[in-house]
Design a protein. Structure first.
Length: 421
């Protein structure tokens, strides 16, 4: 069975494509089971975040056309919508890619730690859906171990750089001192929490959290002295927000052009910074057409992010060496697992032949035949049955000019001239 990774990310596809291929969090389990059923793949895991959608499969062969077709069908997208942006990795390359992703080496922000938690959650969901087995378990556990070693042995996460940090840095560039300003944060996930941390480290005047459910938002509000509102209250409160940072899992926009126009009018056209770090986007792109609105998406944050990368570049070189070694170790383990399955099958095959020959010898003894004759019969029959198929395969290979099987057999059974045992 081959391990295959098929996907796209912020390096291979723009946000307009990425938002079309995302899997809603509440649909991941159903999608996994549907994919496993439709494609008849033994194992599968889906990773879907703002910056990437990746599918990991354990499957016979290496033809991924059916996986690509399934992606288009599931998302009801025209054929080849995603194909130009997809990458495919196999076996060791798939393992090395996942290790790089888990370690933050493949992220928009080098070394960012959030992705590891997201991948662990994706792996848990696949486990709960019953779509992971021996091979994907080894793959993901090896990737988690590699990420842990990178964090421990390098300074890859030393600089406080993240999408949330970049968003707050952008707001600070626009407004300068944030002490007299108000920030509206839409969503209550990890990214919003990080944005809150950075806003308060820059002495933001006031923060408002808008979320679909109150429980998570209330917890954040208590930690950061924020006000909590519902999503339906946003149009009435938007005019208060100098800075809006949105990061939800909504499949449809939260804010439209009309609501922002109304807020601008109420603000007497004082500038607004709106930073949409959700995929699919939370803020309609048409909002960028409005005067006095600075609208940014995750792709626009890249320049700010790049400014904080220098401190992590040296650590990344060391991290790549760690991952190279971990990928080699993973492949050794995989080969060991595959050898283990072959050894188990060989033992079962040998045991069946042994039992059949033994039963015949015991039957001879019960009939009163000479024990020595019965033992000779057992040894002769067992040996002939055990070697019949290998001998036939070796003969056919030799007749076909295939010398590799014979050489492998000599090596496997140590058939050198000096070995008489």
């Amino acid at each position: 069975m081959s391990l295959v990774a098929v996907g796209l990310n912020h390096q291979t596809a723009p946000v307009e494509i990425r938002e079309q291929i995302t899997f809603a969090p509440e649909r991941i389990g159903d999608a996994l089971q549907q994919m496993q059923s439709d494609l008849q793949v033994p194992e599968a895991t889906i990773i879907s975040t703002c910056n990437r959608t990746e599918i990991y499969c354990g499957m016979p062969g290496t033809n991924t056309d059916n996986v690509v077709s399934w992606l288009h069908d599931y998302h009801q997208a025209p054929r080849d919508t995603f194909s130009p942006f997809l990458f495919t990795h196999y076996d060791r390359d798939a393992a090395q890619h996942l290790m790089r992703v888990c370690s933050g080496l493949d992220s928009m922000i080098l070394g960012e730690p959030q992705i590891l938690g997201q991948i662990k959650q994706a792996f848990r969901e696949a486990g709960e859906s019953g779509t992971v087995g021996r091979d994907l378990t080894l793959l993901f556990q090896s990737a988690f171990n590699a990420a842990k070693q990178v964090r421990t042995d390098t300074a890859i996460g030393a600089s406080p750089v993240s999408v949330a940090f970049a968003a707050v840095s952008l707001a600070k560039q626009i407004f300068g001192d944030l002490a007299e300003h108000t920030a509206l944060l839409i969503g209550a996930g990890e990214t919003v929490e990080l944005a809150l941390q950075h806003l308060h480290s820059h002495n933001i005047g006031k923060t408002i959290i808008a979320n679909r459910t109150a429980a998570r938002a209330d917890k954040l509000a208590a930690n950061y002295n924020s006000e909590v509102i519902t999503l339906t209250e946003i149009p009435d409160r938007l005019s208060e927000a100098d800075i809006t940072i949105s990061s939800t899992a909504s499949q449809l926009p939260i804010l439209g052009k009309g609501a922002v126009e109304a807020a601008l009018k109420a603000r007497r056209h004082r500038p607004m910074a709106m930073i949409d770090i959700a995929v699919p986007r939370d803020i309609e792109p048409q909002v960028s057409q409005l005067s006095d609105v600075f609208l940014y998406t995750v792709d626009n944050l890249k320049e700010i992010i790049d400014q904080g990368m220098e401190a992590r570049q040296e650590a990344a070189v060391k991290a790549e060496h760690i991952i190279e070694n971990q990928a080699n170790t993973f492949m050794q383990k995989m080969r060991g697992l595959n050898a283990g399955a072959t050894i188990s099958d060989l033992r079962a095959h040998t045991s069946a032949i042994q039992q059949s020959s033994l039963d015949a010898a015991l039957a001879m003894l019960k009939k009163g035949e000479d024990p020595e004759k019965a033992l000779q019969y057992f040894a002769h029959t067992f040996t002939n049955k055990l070697l019949h198929t290998p001998s036939s395969q070796l003969r056919q290979a030799s007749e076909a000019g295939d010398t590799e099987i014979a050489e492998a057999a000599r090596k496997l059974f140590k058939l050198d001239k000096n070995n008489a045992s």
